[in-house]
Each structure stands twice: as C-alpha cells, then as structure tokens.
Design a protein around this ligand. Structure first.
Ligand code: NAG
Ligand code: NAG
Length: 223
C-alpha cells in the first residue's frame, strides 16, 4: 500500500531543517495523488463528510428570498495524506486535492469568492472553510417569524459513498454582523436521510434553518 512506503520514506528527511521538510513532504504526498479519485480505500467504503455553517451577514431579505454571506466548513479523511514526523499539518489549495461535491440543493449555482486552502493534518483529516454567498427563496412567515431553510447534500454521491453528517447542532453566529432591520432569533441543524423506492442507497442531507424577526424600530418601542 502506498501509505506504507510513504511512512518509511518520510522519516528520513526529518533531519533537514525548517521549510525543506515541508517542501519534500508535499512533493512526496502529491507525487502519485490523483485529485479526481475518491478517497475510499475499498470497494464499498463510506467516507464520512462533516459539514458546518458560520453565518456572517444577511445581504438581503425581502420576506421570501434570503441572501446571506456564510462560511461553509467541510471535513473528511483522505488516507492518502498520512505521515509521521513534523510538520503536524500542511495547507494545500482545495483545487489540488479531492473534495466532496456538497452543494446547496435549491441553488447550486452559488457564488464563491476565492479558493481557500485546506488544512490537512498528519492523520489525514482534511478541513476547509469556504466563504460563499448563498441565496434561497423558500422563506415562510408564521406569525411574525420568518423561517428560511438551506439544504446541503452531495450532488453525485449517495449515502453509501458519502455519509454526510453535521459538525454542530447550531449555525455558528459568533461572527455574525447585525442586520439593520432583522434579528436572527434562532437556528437549527437537522440531518435528514431520504430513501427512494427504486434503490437501497440512502440520500443524506444537512438542512440549516434560520429564524428571522423584524426588529422593532422607533424610540417608542424601546425600554
Ligand atoms: C455497501 O455497504 C452498505 C452499508 O455500508 C451495505 O448496506 C450495502 O449492501 C453494501 N453494498 C455492496 C454492493 O456491498
Ligand atoms: C447534529 O444535529 C443533531 C440535530 O440537531 C444534533 O442532535 C447533533 O448533536 C448534531 N451533531 C453534532 C456533532 O453536533
């Protein structure tokens, strides 16, 4: 197996100072790496992919259509990245490595602004966070609360190939920049698994919900 020979080779240049180790390591790891090839090692192996969302700002909301800027986090394990010795992690542009095709189902044609690096640790865990503008037009009002949902899943892999899971039970709001007329009063994260009559495969998705409420304005509403 490739990882076996890699382990023995990688140990040797440890004595080399500083940046040369990383230079050598990346060259070695990418030598026979095919970034089109899925990282499952056996015929029927499932790759667990974990997903999270950090909400940055509401760009536009008109009661039905919601446009937001968000960071989407994706984590999985690629056994082709496995080494001993330092460095404990490396960074590679996501175009250089295999990435799962997780998209917003309602509107996969979303705008990405730049290509982030993935952080890859020596046990093969890959994580990247993608800044992205997302738009959905499924918001529904109930009393004075609006609920909008964003459903993510793999575009081509079924649940046998990619077991999509949520990394968190909430949308991360720690970087959220307040909107001038709507507050986010709650969020939720649900993992759904769909089955179709035709097939044995499951189709997992992660659905994020955002609950919005118009802020009361004017001095007379305040304390
Ligand atoms: C693949 O694995 C799943 C469970 O992980 C199993 O239900 C299914 O029957 C397997 N398919 C084949 C072709 O072995
Ligand atoms: C995934 O979401 C479910 C439902 O919200 C939650 O119970 C579970 O704790 C979440 N998983 C993680 C790792 O946070």
């Amino acid at each position: 197996m490739k990882t076996h020979s890699l382990l023995t080779v990688v140990l040797i240049p440890c004595v080399v100072q500083g940046v040369l180790i990383e230079d050598w390591l990346i060259t070695t790891l990418l030598q026979d790496y095919n970034n089109l090839a899925y990282p499952g090692t056996t015929d029927n192996e499932t790759v667990v992919v974990k997903h999270d969302m950090t909400l940055i700002r509401i760009v536009e909301f008109d009661g039905t259509k919601l446009t937001i800027d968000a960071w989407l986090g994706t984590e999985w394990r690629d056994p082709r990245f496995l080494w001993e010795s330092s460095p404990t992690n490396i960074r590679l542009p996501i175009s250089q490595i295999w990435t799962p095709d997780i998209v917003l189902y309602d509107n996969p044609d979303t705008r990405t602004r730049f290509e982030p690096n993935a952080v890859i640790d020596k046990s093969g865990i890959v994580y990247f966070s993608q800044p992205i503008r997302l738009e959905v037009d499924n918001c529904r009002q109930s009393n004075d609360v609006f609920k909008c949902t964003l459903k993510f899943g793999s575009w081509t892999f079924d649940g046998f190939k990619i077991d999509l899971q949520n990394r968190s039970h909430v949308i991360d709001l720690s970087n959220f920049q307040q909107h001038n007329s709507y507050d986010i009063i709650d969020t939720s994260v649900v993992r759904n698994v769909l089955y179709y009559a035709c097939c044995a495969e499951s189709y997992p998705d992660i659905t994020y919900s955002v609950y919005l409420k118009q802020r009361k304005t004017g001095w007379f509403y305040r304390l």
